[in-house]
Design a protein around this ligand. Sequence first.
Ligand code: SF4
Length: 423
Amino acid sequence: MIIEEYDAKSLVRTARTSLFSWAEVYLNPYQGCEHDCVYCDGKAESYFMHDDFGQRIRVKKNAPELLELYFKKQGFFPVNREKTSTLVDYFPNLRESADSSKKKKFVLFIGGGVCDVYQPAEKEVKMTRNLLQIAYDYKIPVFFLTKNTLILRDLDLLKKINEESYACACFTITLADEKKQKIFEPNASSSQERFEAIEKLRDEGIHSGIYFYPTLPFIGDTVENMNSIYKTGKAVGAEFIYCWGLTLKPGRNKKQFMKALQDHFPEYYPKYKELYGNEDKYGNLDSTKLDELGLIWPEIKGYKLGYELRIDYTSKRYVPEGRIETNLMIAEVLHRLAYLKSFFIKSSKYETRQLNLAANFLNTFSKDISLMSEEEREKLDLDKVITPYIDEYLQEKKSKSLRLLEKEAYMSVSKFLELKEIK
Ligand code: SF4
């Protein structure tokens, strides 16, 4: 394993919220990942990563400086730091007023995409721990998604952050069977270890959930595997299970996956060739082949299981300091409605697009929508199809429509699976 350091030009990127994550700021302190998962999308040429992604880890040596610089530019102050090299060290009573809590905070996703920030290299490098310490110093809520139980090393910091604001440490779990899991995720912690880590995190009051992603056709979407992940997830206290299918981007990503399939599951090789034969640039499967191959979207099966076990299909949103709670809560409702309508109810694309657009608008809107009159709200750049959902939330402080739609989605997927004779 080669570990090499370099000075990065940039570190932080911003992103829109979605059901995948409510984080708005992302960073990757590493490039490359020792876990070397066979299906890893980060290996795709579109991310401009190096060829030996799983054997050579590039560390952004200056990541801590870049992160501090970013926080400072946002107007934040390291309120939890003992020595700040500012007047606050001499006049401690200034500390409170220097607190950045009046600025608009956000959830910081440490990791995502082209590395796992708790891959084995982190044990020595301790870059993630450094960044987490900085997040704590600046009182910034954090979000993690990993396949390595090394995250438990940093439980002390996660707890401190969670006590002050919010820390969510999630695990990707795709295959309950260890033999199969080792084929696709050779150097990650076992699924059993990940389940145990979730239990530990939940016992400590840290938020945690499962990303059942990617759900591998024919291998991960079996009744046995899906039941096992949902039931064990429920038993260890996972707050949600986010279920999503597999993408295979043409090039390195697809080539490596197909090679492993040929070696370990040759019986599925021709089926995958058909399913992903469309060479979609985003790696999406050819949905016209699903029926022919006897497949169902895993999201459909996952939704039914989650509903029956009373486990959420995504994480609950946290409202960071300085943000407008009602706006963000309504944005969450709108994103959820859009997901359910597009996936399970099959309503018009126009409506789901408007729901997501409105959610994005409210995420950044600077006025509290609950303090506006009906006439003022009417002048906002929001489509008419959105108005009833906003009005309902403002009156009830919750969304009955969302609860009803969740039930309707459950009935609809149950009926669909019954017709297909799938349990
Ligand atoms: S843990 Fe994530 S980033 Fe690392 S190899 Fe696996 S899929 Fe890729």
